[in-house]
Design a protein around this ligand. Structure first.
Ligand SMILES: *Cc1c(COP(=O)(O)O)cnc(C)c1O
Length: 494
């Protein structure tokens, strides 16, 4: 099948044309028939009254039907393992398979969560070593590995700030300053913890205006919460002044480091005076991201906040590792047991495989790849900020496309026909019709060139045959959804 002479998604070419929702069940057809060994008796200890009188209402399918159905569904999945996944802010980089092997080691995977410290030495040791690595990498004084996600890390970090001010008799500090270029979870975290949000606008270059920040800081400011690099993919180059004036005003500085992929091995936030930060294992450190699976969001703090970290802390004494609950100022537990150790093990394996120099190279390549895509598309999809970007770039449709009624959603849908996952769209909110592309360092130049080529073709189609783009996707098993209807009346089963 081809559209306008173009080769389309190779996965789609092998797909059956039969609609997914067709009813396949045939009455009385069975894959397996269990002999009723207990026909006339109640079975081992099961009282007669609990025995089923009518057979279960299962779909009637042969084993082969079932296999074909699920194999077909599995082929409809899109993943980093199948193709390019340029979802901005999400860092959909390759997840090395060796991470999975290590996390699957019996000694880790089968450890009982209630095992006493002496039989959990291996797990405790890796958690301790991992904390030390993150301390070294980020220049912070201590890390906790408990939080289960980035947003959970923010929540933990801001709880620490809250307790810090309360303990130091500064409970009146109930405001958090957040620039409009921050990730959406930042304001959500601040408001869930009862802080008043003070939003500040970024300047034309996508950065915080230092004077605006200066005028906004006051004796009620608890935290200045920054996403670095911010959601425009821009580095806050005034960070040293930002930290200085925030500290002078008595506030703490929080760094959302979910996207540390651009900075690993290059920048130590602790050296900039950052007080609290979090890292997403499922972005920077190559653990799988998406699909609702578990994540992990380590939180690092500066010296004066160490005492507020969640308990238990992992301690090392006389060559033995153990859990320390004795931290009187601790905010308490934020996660059961040791956090998501399986995820942490994958991230730890990734760090073991790379020296700091290699991590710096990874960050540089992530930045180079994003700028390569940005520069090659700049003429047809103008970048929102003229600055050099970090690990991701934010583009907009050319006025020629808007004039033809083409919107970002149309471009995203058309990309699916070309076999690419769509970038993040309509985020950050401050950019109209935003197209946020994060290639990651694990993609080759050849892949990026193919993506750039597809984007250029979509531009051409939008000018010449805009209906092709407006009605996309043409090759997907599910065509364009009515998004309002889909949200209000989701059809979650058939
Ligand atoms: C992804 C992301 C988060 C949230 O992380 P989750 O693990 O999805 O909760 C927070 N901040 C930034 C900048 C992010 O990119």
């Amino acid at each position: 099948m081809s559209i306008a002479g173009e080769k389309i998604n190779p996965a789609a070419q092998t797909m059956e044309t039969e609609p997914l929702s067709i009813e396949k069940s045939v009455d009385k057809r069975r894959a397996i028939v269990f002999k009723n060994r207990f026909k006339d008796k109640a079975g081992p200890g099961i009282p007669e009254k609990y025995l089923r009188k009518t057979p279960p209402n299962l779909p009637g399918m042969s084993e082969l039907d079932v296999i074909r159905h699920f194999t077909r569904l599995s082929k409809l999945n899109y993943s980093v393992d199948s193709n390019f996944y340029p979802l901005g802010s999400c860092t959909m980089k390759y997840n090395p398979k060796i991470n999975e092997d290590i996390a699957g080691f019996d000694e880790f995977a089968n450890l009982h969560p209630l095992a006493d410290d002496s039989s959990a030495q291996g797990t405790l040791e890796f958690l301790h070593r991992f904390e030390q690595m993150l301390i070294e990498l980020c220049g912070m004084s201590a890390f906790t590995l408990q939080p289960a996600a980035g947003a959970h890390g923010e929540f933990t970090g801001i709880m620490i700030a809250k307790k810090y001010f309360k303990t130091n008799g500064a409970g009146q500090r109930n405001e958090i300053i957040i620039p409009d270029s921050a990730h959406g979870t930042n304001p959500a975290t601040a408001s869930m913890l009862g802080f008043n949000l003070i939003n500040i606008k970024s300047g034309g270059d996508g950065r915080i205006d230092i004077q605006t920040l200066k005028n906004t800081l006051n004796r009620k400011t608890a935290v200045v919460m920054l996403t670095i690099p911010n959601t425009l993919g821009i580095f806050e180059s005034g960070i040293e002044s930002i930290v200085k004036i925030s500290h002078e005003a008595g506030a703490l500085v929080y760094m959302d480091g979910a996207n540390f992929n651009a900075l690993t091995g290059i920048l130590k936030p602790g050296m900039l005076g950052i007080d609290i930060m979090h890292l997403n294992m499922h972005k920077t450190f190559s653990t799988p991201h998406g699909g609702g699976g578990p994540g992990a969001g380590a939180v690092g703090v500066g010296e004066k906040l160490k005492g507020f970290l969640p308990v238990p802390r992992i301690k090392q004494e006389n060559g033995m590792y153990g859990l320390d609950f004795n931290l009187p100022d601790s905010i308490g537990r934020v996660k059961s047991f040791f956090g998501n150790t399986g995820v942490l093990l994958k991230a730890y394996s990734y760090l073991l495989m790379h020296s700091v120099q290699e991590l710096a190279q990874i960050a540089e390549n992530a930045v180079i790849n994003a700028n390569y895509v940005k520069e090659n598309l700049a003429r047809l999809y103008p970048p929102y900020s003229k600055e050099r970007c970090m690990h991701e770039c934010v583009l907009q449709p050319h006025p020629n496309l808007l004039k033809n009624g083409i919107r970002t959603i149309d471009i995203a849908k058309r990309l699916l026909d070309y076999g690419f996952y769509a970038p993040t769209i309509y985020f950050p909110l401050i950019v109209p019709e935003a197209i946020m592309i994060e290639p990651t360092e694990t993609e080759s130049k050849e892949t990026l060139d193919k993506f750039i080529e597809a984007m250029k073709k979509i531009y051409q189609e939008s000018v010449e045959t805009p209906e092709t783009v407006k009605n996309a996707p043409h090759t997907m098993p599910v065509k364009r959804l009515d998004e309002v209807e889909a949200a209000r009346k989701p059809n979650l089963r058939w």
